[in-house]
Write a protein that binds this ligand. Sequence first.
Ligand code: ZN
Ligand code: ZN
Length: 440
Amino acid sequence: MAPPKKGDLTDEEKVLVHAIAEGNVQEASRVLGCKGVRVNSLDEHGMTPLMHAAYKGKEDMCKLLLQHGADVNCNEHEYGYTALMFAGFSGNKNITWMMLEAGADTNVVNSIGRTAAQMAAFVGQHDCVTVINNFFPRERLDYYTKPQGLDKEAKLTPKLAGPLHKIIMMTNLHPVKIVMMVRENALLADVAALGKCYRVLDLICEKCIKQRDMNEVLAMKMHYISFILQKCITFLKEREDKLDGLIKSLLKGRDTDGFPSYQEKLIRDCIRKFPYCDATLLQQLVRSIAPVEIGNDPTALSVLTQAITGQVGFIDGEFCTACGEKGADKRCSVCKMVLYCAQDCQKQHWFTHKKVCMKLRDQREKHEAEVAKQKEKQEKTKQNKGESEEAIEDTSVPQEEPSDGHNVVEKTQSGEPAALSVSESGINTAASETEQTSEE
Ligand SMILES: [Zn+2]
Ligand SMILES: [Zn+2]
């Protein structure tokens, strides 16, 4: 079939463009099933249906079009815009990711010489910039699995490329998570293998800085992962408890408040050792971290995470205290102040958390008692004023209070604290399991 010409749309293809504008996936699917309808047809500006869908921020539509073979790298637009650029304009992170996964080339430039990341930044869609800058195609890593130039052997064995790529693509940068990923892969958890991996990461880091379209974000990420892998090597060589020892060190909280100071110092040290001193990102990170006393917010990890992934804050309560995974829904049953993504994380953390758990529980109970007292006071004064019941309920519960807070206070006021029945590990399995299912 001849390549589509600009503005040469059949009636059905016009219906498809209309369905995309309306967001009518069913209709689009019907039209795409018709004989002779081209998924890569071009309107008078050289826009494909996929470009329209990406620009309009229609995720399901993009998925449908890609399933029908839409060309993600079509570059017939009058100003050289690609579907990835349109995804960036829309500000939709998922669509941007979808285009990248479908093989969108990030180096293509439009008629004024700008890449998709630069265009997204130009229109202020910084989430999309982050997605583009963090994307690292597998082929770029596979390049190192073949001998290059004068090399006799490849820098990376093909079997290591898979697990290493998985780590590179992570947006959870918690060092414990990275070490856990290394530990769970027997091939990777080996001094020689890790040596190969970190050297390749250092090479990629250098490339990111020296390439024409410099990518400091990805360079910093590569340097950071390389640094953690080098720590893994040190522990594998020198410690009897190997990677478990590293995880323990990373989790260990100081006596006063349980703050993981080794972890904090390690990440600060890593940032400081970024080899390209002129990098704007490095200076920005150092400026944010240097004035902060160890133990205060923001932590080096949260500053680094925000710079690399654009994700803000670890403190809003849904992240695992041990490994930083999002969506943690298991609470320490004693203090109810820390969250975990899995029982294993809670077990790993208990050796250090147990030192502050009771203290945290007391703090929470004190806080809740105060809140309850205040609430009572408020209710009394409001009842005296004769205000409506709804108004009382609106102001009574502060946002940060746990949903079961009121019950806990009642129990503790009646004598024994609620949590003394808990096992040595501090895990109340049955409770966390039921909590999980009932929330869903
Ligand atoms: Zn976890
Ligand atoms: Zn606790």
